[in-house]
Design a protein around this ligand. Structure first.
Ligand code: C2E
Ligand code: CA
Ligand code: CA
Length: 652
């Protein structure tokens, strides 16, 4: 109870308006309100102190030569010294920048000073009124009235300070008047009380209006800085904070780090489960972020599944890594949304200021590059920016720019890698693989430029070109050879893909059953229904569909049953280990059996040794592909390979 009272009293003395029936505010906002209140008071302080000095001097002149002269000089010197001191202090603090927040103690000190000044002025009528001449009494009355009015006006934003200042003067004046014993005392006292009430009401009304206006302004400022969905600060707010952190870093040599997080498969969740579920995931992500960070780690949601943190407290790399690990760990558990379990792993990129840079754009690019590297290393990775990233980013920029004209400049070509039929030991066809010969950087691997093509949207034009070049080539081959073309997930989302394929087939005259498209599981995850209908339309044209890299993604066996698949390509990583890892061998063996029951053929990728080939033959795998059978070759070398079979080659 007592503690509550002390707290309330503290609030009151800190300028809180609740005690007068004003709005209640949470502390950070209250700090900003105090900053506003105090800065307005400070703005008037210098003038107020000059008035104090002049008034005190006026009083000394009024009683000059009277018996009270020495007492008056003593009284006035206290005011003049104190006012001079406060005036000079306020002048220097007025010159520094206005703080964003002011502590309770600062306001309390201000109220205390107001009270001390008020008390000293209140002492004036008590000490001098009774013994003064009528002329001096008029001067004292004028001065007291003036100080009351001036005080109320200068403290109008902080009513408690206005009261602390004016009340002692009121009381002092009242005491002095009562002392004099005059018939007019009663009406004068009534007048004074009604003046006081009018004055306080005016001060309170002003203070309420001022605070209310400030709260409204703060609320609307907050609204533009908040992400509506997660209530976290948004990009706008993040940019501001980054700028502030950079200013501090430059001015006070303060270090801070910038962490950027991305949810690895957020786009997939969005596509597969819809916007509402994805939003629910983000809300939960924000909640987990809040739990695993501290108030001082400025979190913000930038866009989609991208979140950032400006960490200014712990600046050692191991502390920052620990923070990033905590957040990544917090995202590991599945998100339970509408009875479903959704997994969204986070990856993190980290940049350090000032080590990695001291301007926002540069720092953001650094952290972006670090995040990019983390994502390519796999979900759940944490990467710090390093100087070589700059080169990687520069290369990526150059590739992005040059890929746009690569097709027109004839820099793209196709290489063809054979499939060997394990039953007949004959080549059954070729997979078309894109090649890019860059004029200055040389051969760029598809693992590098396909993702750029996907991100820039160039994949549609490049993919269409690959399909038509592959079909054009295959149309010249013996009729029992097929050609297979890779399709990326982005291409499958394009509504005109089907028409494009149909057009190429009719233009090149290639029998549709000789064309196969290879898709990966990621295609199915991102948009199952659309993908199924597209694959069905392709089957309808007699184009066959192979599921590529099987075993590297979600590897759901449901796909095998639900999709019009003709072929399963077991990923290279399994084939590599079939002779050394019993589990791998068992998986490959069972997959072949299962696929055969579903009338799906199986191709093993990445076969590099005769022993691997033997094993695959024994478990009944249909086809093999890999460096042992043949590396990808240019279009002119195909005819030589197509004529041979590996078995014949091995015999000779
Ligand atoms: P992928 O479809 O899995 O293609 C097989 C990759 O494995 C090819 O790499 C091939 O050269 C390599 N490879 C084949 N046999 C062996 C082997 O025995 N050992 C080893 N270590 N590697 C082997 P490449 O040509 O660099 O292609 C990489 C990926 O780029 C392809 O993987 C495919 O996903 C993508 N890609 C290539 N061409 C196209 C295209 O025209 N369109 C699309 N969307 N993606 C393409
Ligand atoms: Ca492939
Ligand atoms: Ca593959």
């Amino acid at each position: 109870m007592q503690r509550l009272f002390t707290a309330r009293l503290g609030d009151l003395l800190a300028g809180d308006l609740r005690a007068f029936g004003g709005p209640s505010t949470i502390e950070p906002l209250a700090g900003r309100i105090r900053a506003e209140q105090v800065s307005i008071v400070l703005r008037n302080t210098l003038l107020g102190m000059v008035a104090n000095i002049l008034n005190a001097a006026t009083f000394v002149m009024a009683v000059w030569g009277s018996p009270d002269q020495t007492k008056a000089i003593l009284w006035a010197s206290v005011i003049i010294i104190a006012a001079g001191f406060v005036g000079l202090r306020s002048r220097s603090s007025f010159q520094t920048v206005k703080p964003r927040s002011v502590s309770r103690r600062t306001t309390q000190n201000l109220v205390r000073n107001a009270f001390l000044f008020g008390t000293w002025w209140g002492a004036l009528p008590v000490l001098f009124f009774g013994g003064a001449t009528s002329a001096a009494q008029v001067v004292i009355t004028c001065l007291s009235a003036g100080m009351i009015a001036g005080g109320a006006a200068s403290f109008y934003t902080i009513p408690i300070a206005a009261i602390a200042y004016t009340l002692p003067i009121f009381v002092g004046s009242a005491v002095a008047i009562v002392w004099v014993e005059d018939a007019v005392n009663l009406p004068v006292a009534i007048l004074m009380v009604s003046y006081a009430i009018t004055l306080f009401r005016a001060v309170l009304a002003h203070a309420f209006e001022f605070t209310q206006r400030f709260i409204l302004q703060a609320e609307s400022e907050n609204a533009i800085r908040r992400d509506v969905l997660t209530s976290l600060p948004n990009r706008f707010s993040f940019n501001e904070r980054l700028e502030n952190a950079l200013v501090d870093a430059k001015q006070f040599d303060q270090h801070f780090s910038l962490l950027l997080f991305d949810l690895s498969n957020f786009d997939e969740v969005n596509d597969r489960f819809g916007r509402a579920m994805a939003d629910a995931v983000l809300v939960e992500v924000a909640a987990r972020l809040r739990k695993s960070t501290r108030e001082s780690d400025g979190i913000a949601r930038l866009e989609g599944g991208e979140f950032a943190i400006i960490a200014a407290r712990d600046i050692r790399p191991d502390q920052i890594r620990f923070l990033a690990e905590q957040i990544i760990d917090a995202m590991r558990a599945p998100f339970l949304i509408e009875g479903r379990e959704i997994y969204c792993k986070a990856s993190a990129g980290i940049a350090l200021a000032p080590a990695d840079g001291l301007d926002a754009t540069h720092l953001l690019r650094c952290v972006d590059t670090a995040l990019h590297r983390a994502k390519t290393l796999g979900a759940g990775s944490i990467q710090f920016f390093c100087a070589s990233d700059d080169e990687a980013a520069a290369r990526r920029h150059a590739l992005e720019r040059d890929l746009a004209t690569a097709l027109a400049n004839d820099q793209l070509s196709l290489a063809f890698q054979p499939f060997l039929d394990l039953g007949s030991d004959r080549i059954r066809g070729f997979e078309a693989l894109l090649r890019w010969q860059h004029p200055t950087l040389g051969a760029i691997p598809p693992s590098e430029f396909i993702s750029i093509a996907e991100e820039t949207g160039l994949i549609h034009a490049i993919g269409h070109w690959a399909i038509s070049a592959a079909c054009l080539a295959a149309a010249q081959w013996p009729r029992d050879l097929r050609v297979s073309v890779n399709l990326s997930a982005v291409q499958l989302k394009n509504k005109s893909l089907l028409d494009g394929i149909a057009m190429v087939l009719s233009e090149t005259g290639l029998e549709p059953k000789r064309l196969e498209v290879e898709i990966t599981e990621s295609v199915l995850i991102s948009d199952f229904e659309d993908a199924v209908s597209l694959l069905q339309s392709l089957s309808f044209l007699s184009v066959t569909v192979a599921l590529d890299d099987f075993g590297t993604g979600f590897s759901s066996l449901t796909y095998l049953r639900k999709l019009p698949l003709s072929r399963l390509k077991i990923d290279r990583s399994f084939v590599q280990d079939i002779l050394t890892d019993a589990d791998c061998a068992a998986i490959v063996r069972s997959l072949v059996q299962l696929a055969h029951e579903l009338r799906i053929e199986v191709t093993a990728e990445g076969v590099e040794t005769p022993e691997q080939l033997d094993y695959l033959r024994r478990v009944g795998c249909d086809e093999a592909q890999g460096y042992l059978i043949g590396k990808p070759v240019g279009i002119d070398d195909i005819f030589g390979i197509a004529a041979k079979a590996i078995g014949q080659e091995q015999n000779t």
